[in-house]
Design a protein around this ligand. Structure first.
Ligand code: URA
Length: 212
């Protein structure tokens, strides 16, 4: 498994605003969108392309276009939905599949409550959107879900990660597939409730409000 932290002053600036507890939901949502577009620029560096012939107003040339099948973007509900706009701004021709995973706050394990994805993902480049890589359970279950359907090339875009979560996902994936995680910052640790420290709190609640 490969990991990449996007070290860029604009990412650091926007992430600091995002972490601030005084940042209201509307600003938080816009910042998530902007950050994902910046992360996605790097996360899509290996997206499959092919040559194509076009004619400019001046001359014929061979250009580049994205190959088929189109990439599959998979936001993990609920918080990953807040990342979708930022991703499709950059890759508007991607297909979108949904996975609903929620963590049990006592065991910290992930529970799948919804899915809307093709049964066959053979040959598809998949991009998972999940803002917080904390214990890693949600990401491990999501990656397994895609690998079981034939995906071999999976990139996860996260805003923040905890070292414990990165290690758990790395051990879980092993050499089963080419999995890459791109994130804006690697934080210090998890607290006893499984929250990333210093983190930004509950990403879903900050995007959409508290539900339970
Ligand atoms: N999920 C969140 O939303 N925040 C954390 O810190 C950990 C998991």
């Amino acid at each position: 498994m490969r990991t990449q932290i996007i070290n860029h002053p604009l990412v650091a600036h926007k992430l600091t605003l995002l972490r601030d507890e005084n940042t209201p939901s509307t600003t938080f949502r816009s910042l998530v969108e902007e950050l994902v577009t910046l992360l996605a620029y790097e996360a899509t560096r290996e997206v499959k392309v092919e040559p194509c012939d076009i004619v400019t107003p001046v001359a014929p040339m061979t250009g580049t276009r994205m190959s088929k099948p189109r990439p599959m973007v998979v936001p993990i509900l609920r918080a990953g939905l807040g990342m979708l706009e930022g991703m499709i701004k950059l890759v508007p021709n991607a297909e979108i599949g949904f996975l609903g995973l929620k963590r049990n706050e006592e065991t910290l394990e992930a529970i799948t409550y919804a899915n809307r994805l093709p049964d066959d993902l053979t040959g598809r480049q998949c991009f998972i959107l999940d803002p917080m890589l904390a214990t890693g359970h949600t990401l491990m279950d999501s990656i397994d879900y895609l690998l079981e359907r034939g995906a071999k090339d999976v990139t996860c875009i996260c805003l923040l990660a905890a070292p414990e979560g990165v290690k758990a996902v790395e051990e879980h994936v092993g050499d089963r597939a080419d999995v890459k995680i791109v994130f804006a910052a690697l934080d210090e640790k998890l607290n006893e409730h499984g929250y990333i420290v210093p983190g930004l709190g509950d990403a879903g609640d900050r995007l959409y409000g508290v539900v339970d």
